[in-house]
Ligand binder design. Sequence first.
Ligand SMILES: C[S@@+](CC[C@H](N)C(=O)[O-])C[C@H]1O[C@@H](n2cnc3c(N)ncnc32)[C@H](O)[C@@H]1O
Length: 481
Amino acid sequence: MSASCNCTEHVNKLHQQISVMRKEIKNLRQLLDSAVRSHRKHMTSLQSALTHLGQSRSPKSQLRPQADIETQNSLEKGTIQTVPIGYISSCFSVKNGTPRQPTICGPSRATLQIQQSVFNNPEHSLVGLDNYSHVWVVFLFHKNGHLSYKAKVKPPRLNGQRVGVYSTRSPHRPNALGLTLAKLDRVTGDTLHLSEIDMIAGTPVLDIKPYISDYDSPHSRLDIDTDTYDCGVQPEGTNVPSEEGTTSVESLHSDSIASFSCTDDPQLDLGVERGNSHRTDPRIFHSKDKSKVHIHRPGDASSSSAPKAPFKDLTTVLGELKAYISQGDDHLTLGSSVGKSQASDGPKAKPLEPVEDSARPCYGQEAYSTIAGWIREPPVTNLEVRFTPHAERELGQFLAPINAEPRDRPRFRFLRGPKEAAAAIKGVLSADPRSVYRRSRCKDRLFFFTLDTADITCWFGQGFAEVLRVRPVAVGTELAS
Ligand SMILES: C[S@@+](CC[C@H](N)C(=O)[O-])C[C@H]1O[C@@H](n2cnc3c(N)ncnc32)[C@H](O)[C@@H]1O
């Protein structure tokens, strides 16, 4: 009896000892964990101190951590590790039916939230951006499906003709990078609200930059090659003579370019006033030669006796030129058009011969740029877009995101109502979103695409596209954000 009693006591003691030891082990573990944490912290701050030292003392400092040196080496070689700053949330869920360029479809809306993994305070990175109306969006064509690319591609608008990949905006290029000029509607905290986009939902964005027309548009460039001025004299060197007849580099990079005049020849003196940019100088017209610009001067035979008078604004003239080109009226020349409207205003412009074929470069909106002819005059013509009454009724059922009631009606996430959606649908379809294959081989097939929360069904006939159905996207297949 006493032996068994002793034994139980002994076992109990052992149990107590084990439990004490367990507690001690637990405490030791906690101590160890906290030591490891503090060690890591210490190492991180030590590392950043070393990096700082390495950067501030000498770029080649031995103190620079290996990772830093590797990054630098990669940069030197032109290879970088990219990190998306955010992902596009847009009214287009798939490639099919997404505009091929942003301007095709104004109401196409999207948001971009800057990731917290990139900046601790992402909203700080957007401070000041709301001063701009447009932003460049650099993104990855993540849904290309493959990484293959070819030196020559067949843009859909060229209807099967091949051109070099670098003369197109094809998504299939060695580095699958896209570039879109998007309208910046507003900035709220860490989020950009965009429209006029051509990116699908989920597109990884690598960078955004403000669009600054003074820098980004050849229209307003100040460093124009003076060779392109056909003003009768070849200016010395490559710089534009300043008002005083001297050539200053500064003058090319300041507003004083507005004072450009061919002072070498009094007959050519345009008398352009300081403060007026040459880009709005109505005396400058394009010749039909690539990049050539004619400056019409009082000395022109057509205007020798004409007094200096107010000229038509260049943008107006370019507008007329654009209208003329799109009308394709072979009998009308810019000269006659401008001349007509300027009959009482001042000298007539030189006639400009009509563009003969779509391959020839034509003039961009900017006064000093040219673009491939097929961009303005593609072999694929724009389509008329119609809605059947049924489709119109279906579209009319959709509500804007802000309308909470009635609950049983479909609601857009991005678009601001049926009117805006109709404009977006027209934009997408008028540019004929079909592939060349579908256009030529499957003409009669129905075409489906998704816009915001609507599934659109349509068909194409000769010169038109007709919307047959506009249904809410099936539940469970809504847009990925
Ligand atoms: C022709 S690209 C032009 C994009 C951009 N504006 C540019 O010039 O780089 C536009 C087309 O790319 C496709 N697309 C848009 N986002 C994409 C993405 N994340 N991955 C793959 N293709 C995409 C859509 O079919 C859209 O119509």
